[in-house]
Write a protein that binds this ligand. Structure first.
Ligand code: CA
Length: 426
């Protein structure tokens, strides 16, 4: 592990130990100044945004892989991501060095500091990545078992293929939105089991799904398979994902081809992409896989990360968010390497900016379930909120916030927030 991970590292910028963005994190995102201006690539440190385009203009990326590429002046991260791991590491090293409390270059350059450091409240976070393709996996055994039990009973909870391959479907990239964006209750065709005929109208079973997404940095060419040993090399970083779901639409439409309109209404992502480099100290083992996967999916290394995840809910009657579930990324049965390998067994090409979401991440406990469908056990046990309200599904005006972080020694590698409010249908 390199020195950018040292838990003793401190910046000359004051950073609270509960901040998502200490000097060890160095996430990447895109911002514009509040009140208007160009979009630039940036990182976050404490409560500040550090503008990488201006740092580049000042010559701080000389002799690195990004020198002369102008990638930090782009309105998305894609160009930077496509440069590859050496460029990502070079950039991380430069930023870590410049922010170090003992390094005077930027610390003591008042004029440059005022240009490149922007208080977060004076910035607007922009959609960070041009996502060409979005795939959604179904990699939590707990989630798949819960959903299967609710719909088919405990005998048939997992489909016969589930323990042999990471199930997924091709999702919709055009409706992936940024943290803070509103979600409109969809209309659609539904049919209650008791009803004779389907009907058309507002979805009455709106739900969230606690997920994480990984983003492809450098892709593979069509026809080229990715091996389990190399899979991680293709990953730039990760963000929080809320895969909004209309369960009543899903229940009627999903057979035989899987989810369609139940999932394409909106998918929210958090604005900062946390690199695998930042997550490295939190690498850990995933669950034991039994039966042993086929050889192309066998992974010998520690292949997941210890990332705490939370779901918070706020109704219109509430002043503050309330924690309703706590999970962890390392509960996932199928890991990110296996997802990528499986995705490309056919020679399918992944491209820079593609998003591979994990699927709902549920844990073994009742309060670690990642969707309302599971928390209410198929809409049979209302979720009780502290102000006396109850929920079987989301109601108009409800705001859902996802959070995620790795807990280090007196610091945390945070993912920020992934928030969205459900608005009435139109
Ligand atoms: Ca999902």
């Amino acid at each position: 592990m390199d020195k950018t991970h040292d838990s003793n590292l401190k910046s000359w910028i004051e950073v609270d130990e509960n901040s998502d963005f200490p000097i060890q994190n160095i996430p990447f995102g895109v911002y514009s100044p509040k009140g208007g201006g160009d979009l630039h690539v940036a990182t976050a440190i404490g409560d500040y945004i550090l503008d990488l385009a201006y740092l580049d203009e000042a010559g701080y990326f000389q002799n690195t892989e990004v020198e002369g590429t102008e990638v930090f002046h782009e309105p998305t991260l894609n160009a930077f991501m496509s440069l590859g791991r050496k460029a990502w590491k070079d950039t991380r090293n430069v930023i870590s060095h410049l922010l170090n409390k003992d390094i005077e270059k930027l610390r003591d350059n008042k004029e440059l500091r005022e240009l490149v450091l922007i208080p977060m409240e004076k910035a607007v976070m922009e959609f960070p990545i041009d996502i060409g393709d979005y795939t959604d996996f179904y990699s939590s055994k707990e989630h798949a078992s819960n959903v299967g039990t609710i719909f088919r009973g405990p005998e048939n909870a997992l489909m016969p293929n589930w323990l042999h391959l990471p199930i997924a479907y091709h999702g919709r990239a055009s409706s992936v939105i940024l943290d803070g964006g509103d979600v409109i209750r969809p209309k659609g065709q539904t049919k209650l089991p008791s009803a004779e005929n389907p009907s058309f109208g507002d979805s009455k079973r709106m739900d969230f799904e606690l997920e994480m997404g990984l983003f492809i940095g450098t892709g593979n060419s069509l026809g080229e398979r990715i091996s389990i040993e190399n899979a991680e090399e293709y990953i730039f970083g990760m963000a929080l994902v809320n895969d909004w779901s209309a369960r009543d639409i899903q229940a009627w439409e999903y057979q035989p081809l899987g989810p369609f309109l139940a999932k394409n209404l909106a998918t929210t992502i958090s604005p900062w992409i946390i690199t695998l480099e930042a997550l490295e100290p939190f690498r850990c083992k995933g669950p034991k896989q039994e039966p042993k996967p086929l050889e192309y999916l066998q992974n010998s290394r520690d292949s997941t990360f210890d990332i705490n995840l939370e779901i918070h809910l706020k109704s219109e009657k509430m002043d503050n968010f309330e924690l309703i579930s706590s999970s962890n990324y390392n509960y996932l049965y199928w890991d990110m390497n296996q997802q990528i390998v499986h995705h490309t067994t056919t020679g399918c090409n992944l491209r820079t900016g593609d998003m591979l979401a994990s699927g709902t991440i549920s844990g073994p406990e009742k309060n670690s379930r990642g969707s309302m469908l599971e928390l209410t056990w198929g809409w049979s046990e209302p979720l009780k909120l502290s102000n006396g309200e109850e929920r079987l599904a989301l109601e108009d005006g409800d705001t859902v916030m996802l959070k995620g972080w790795c807990q280090g020694d007196n610091y945390r590698i945070g993912f920020g927030e992934c928030t969205g409010k459900l608005l009435p249908s139109v």
